[in-house]
Design a protein. Structure first.
Length: 388
């Protein structure tokens, strides 16, 4: 495919996304029916689509329309390319710009439009992040680095970097945690490497690793990962100490890969059903990596930025409060409740903790931490609550 044809395809997929189709579904549907597209074409179309989703408002402003075509015109203008060079109408390239399109388009207005945020959420972002808001929004407009976690129970990160180099993958020490590694070349081949099959590393963002590295742990403790999902944090915690480790999720199917991942990493994890928890309590540490807006990871999942609504954010806050009160009784006296989100919003972070403490006098905040994409990984929040 020519560069112009790739853009035309991206515009078509973006139209489907604007009509409500999930980007991954639209991309898979296109790839299935486009056998002519090689792997480089697929990667390029995917990159265009995700770049446009990260920068949807500013590209629509520059391109003069919130359509697939407008977004791709905006994308080119943003990178300083004259759209006329690719919108030629030749072969499978998009049709030349009309006179109206030539003159449409303007620099995005400062604030929510330039920061590529919905208007309703911008005040929440600025209140939560203060003078970092614009820089964080700018960071979220760009691709996230590829980061992995060295399984420190097996090898240090320097050894993992050397093993990856032998398999043709270029990596260097990453930010925020001793286990973090950033991959600069060969990232698409990571999960096909021998090192991955041997449990030497896992795919994991550096801030997610930092959350796990910040929770104080001791050998022999009983730890419950209450919202385990695929088990990314379960495994990162398991690598830090000899734990009696339990994983739970309200949707147990989300944990279906966890036994295989745990075996690959060489760590024992017991999957538990909610009804078994009272009999297994108390736990020394309970981690609640609660469902949230995902605003800290909007670089990786930019659709979330546009699909989130104020009603959904309200629902999430209720779920977060409910999870805190559900797990409180599972924590041993003097034990720790670790509350984590990948959100940048105070409404899902410190506000939830303050509300919990106000209604539960037997608890105190031992520490809380916030990471933003300016620190080098996704945005995350962690509060450590001690049962007194
Ligand atoms: C942010 S994800 C967890 C990600 C996971 N900890 C990781 O590091 O890969 C939140 C998880 O909470 C689960 N969840 C939602 N509501 C819950 C509830 N009331 N109790 C327990 N888990 C819940 C979801 O099914 C989802 O898997």
């Amino acid at each position: 495919m020519t560069p112009g044809a790739r853009l035309a395809m991206a515009a078509e997929i973006l139209d489907a996304v604007l009509e409500g189709t999930a980007a991954e579904k639209a991309l898979t549907g296109w790839a299935r029916k486009s056998r002519y597209a090689g792997s480089k074409d697929r990667a390029a179309v995917r990159d265009h689509v995700f770049d446009a989703l990260r920068c949807m408002r500013s590209y629509a402003a520059l391109g003069g329309a919130m359509t697939g075509r407008g977004l791709t015109i905006g994308l080119l203008r943003a990178e300083g390319t004259d759209p006329a060079t690719l919108f030629t109408g030749e072969g499978h390239c998009p049709a030349p710009l009309t006179e109206a399109e030539e003159t449409a388009g303007a620099a995005p207005a400062p604030g929510a439009e330039a920061g590529d945020m919905p208007d309703w959420i911008w005040p929440l972002v600025t209140q939560s992040l203060g003078d970092q808001a614009e820089a964080v929004a700018e960071c979220l407009r760009h691709r996230a680095p590829v980061q992995i976690r060295a399984n420190l129970s097996r090898h240090d990160s320097a050894a993992v970097i050397a093993m990856l180099a032998e398999e043709g993958i270029t990596a260097a020490p990453g930010p925020l945690a001793p286990s973090a590694i950033e991959v600069s070349e060969g990232a698409r081949r990571l999960t096909g490497t021998r090192a991955f099959a041997d449990g030497v590393f896992e795919m994991q963002d550096a801030a997610s690793q930092a959350v796990c590295a910040t929770i104080p742990l001791k050998d022999g403790q009983r730890l419950l990962d209450y919202c385990a999902g695929g088990g990314g944090k379960t495994l990162a915690l398991a690598a830090r100490a000899q734990l009696d480790l339990f994983a739970h999720d309200a949707t147990p199917e989300r944990m279906q890969d966890l036994p295989v991942r745990a075996e690959r990493a060489g760590v024992p994890v017991t999957l538990v059903d909610g009804s078994d928890l009272p009999g297994l309590a108390p736990f020394d540490v309970v981690l609640c990596d609660v469902p949230c807006s995902g605003s800290g990871s909007w670089r990786r999942a930019p659709e979330g930025k546009w699909r989130l609504t104020a009603d959904r954010l309200d629902d999430l806050q209720n779920i977060q409060g409910q999870i805190l009160s559900d797990v409180a009784d599972l924590v041993a006296p003097d034990g720790l409740l670790a509350y984590a989100t990948c959100s940048l919003l105070a409404e899902e972070n410190r506000d939830r903790i303050d509300a919990f403490i106000a209604g539960n006098p037997g608890w105190q905040v031992q520490a809380d931490h916030r990471w933003t994409p300016l620190d080098g990984g996704d945005g995350f929040y962690l509060a450590l609550l001690r049962r007194i």
